[in-house]
Design a protein around this ligand. Structure first.
Ligand code: C5P
Length: 303
């Protein structure tokens, strides 16, 4: 259980939920090499957690949790997106702002470089948390601008609720109303480099999807998603062939409505009629594959 530390009503802890791309179409490529995307992004109950302990020493970052403990010291250095987010916010606040130092502890519960936005969600959580505890009140427009400078997935992670993502990730619109459904996430343990997957992509571009305003149930959502794709799944399978095994193990679970890879991989998701069925499937998959990271539950409501 997460202990929520607070001072004067300001919580010193922030959730960094995993993002899932229910579909992801590469619709074009910009002159600077970045790809134009069309994606329906949702969030899971699984996530990293960022804690802040105020102090007078300059701000430092410590990594904890299943996937933080195994990273080397450099991973908590100035190149970590959390520290970049803190620095960007401090710069925005200007020299007149009194920002305290202390320690940020990042509980990494999500596998790294895994297509579910771990690092991006961490950076977004840092922006939300430090804006609050430093009392900067930057406002969402400014925070989104900072997020955009930190990475293509950081703006949607700043919102942390389902959204239609376009542009290279910075154009965010309302998602159709989503039905209740269960979700299983599976990662085989192999980190996949996002630039390498984009580079390995072959073929043309895929049109922007036509989406309804809502779905009556998880089955209808799955029916629509089956007509769409993740354009990065095929290249990711070439770089990490275990993705295919993960997808077939997910798809053959009882009640699984569909299985697909999220983002640039290698994490895959399965869609289920309810959280209960997703939890049961997750338990079976975790039993069968001790080395895999498996999570099952419901789609997360917005923060
Ligand atoms: O923005 P971010 O640092 O997360 O992107 C990592 C890499 O993924 C980029 O350097 C680029 O190679 C690729 N990318 C892309 N188009 C996007 C997002 C990322 O080509 N929309």
């Amino acid at each position: 259980m997460t202990t929520v530390a607070s001072s004067g009503g300001v919580a010193f802890v922030e959730a960094a939920p995993a993002k899932i791309n229910l579909y992801l179409h590469v619709t074009g490529r910009r002159a600077d090499g970045y790809h134009c995307l069309d994606s329906l992004v949702v969030f899971a109950g699984a996530g990293d957690v960022l804690h802040y302990e105020p102090g007078d020493a300059p701000l430092t970052l410590k990594l904890a949790g299943r996937f933080g403990a195994v990273l080397d010291e450099a991973a908590a250095g100035p190149d970590n997106l959390v520290m970049k987010a803190a620095n960007a916010l401090r710069t925005l606040a200007g020299p007149q702002a009194t920002v305290r130092g202390g320690t940020l502890v990042l509980e990494k519960n999500l596998p790294v470089a895994s297509g579910i936005g771990g690092g991006s969600a961490d950076a977004a959580a840092a922006l939300r948390l430090l804006d609050r505890v430093w009392n900067i009140q930057a406002g969402q427009v400014n925070l989104l601008r900072l997020a955009e400078g930190l990475g293509a997935d950081v703006p949607v992670c700043l919102l942390s609720h389902s959204a239609r993502m376009e542009g290279i990730g910075e154009v965010l619109g309302a998602a159709p109303i989503l039905p209740e459904c269960g979700l299983v996430l599976v990662n085989c343990g192999q980190a996949v480099s996002t630039p390498a997957v984009f580079r390995a992509r072959e073929g043309g571009f895929v049109p922007r999807a036509e989406l309804p305003t809502h779905w009556d149930g998880a089955r209808e959502l799955a029916d629509t998603l089956q007509t769409l794709e993740n354009s990065l799944e095929a290249p990711a399978c070439v770089l990490c062939p275990t993705v295919e095994k993960v997808l077939s193990d997910l798809a053959t679970q009882p009640e699984c409505l569909m299985a697909r890879m999220s983002g640039s991989g290698a994490t895959c998701f399965g869609l289920f009629p309810s959280a209960h069925e997703a939890e049961q499937a997750a338990a079976r998959l975790a039993d069968a594959h001790e080395a895999w990271w498996v999570w099952g539950g419901a789609l997360r409501e917005g923060v």
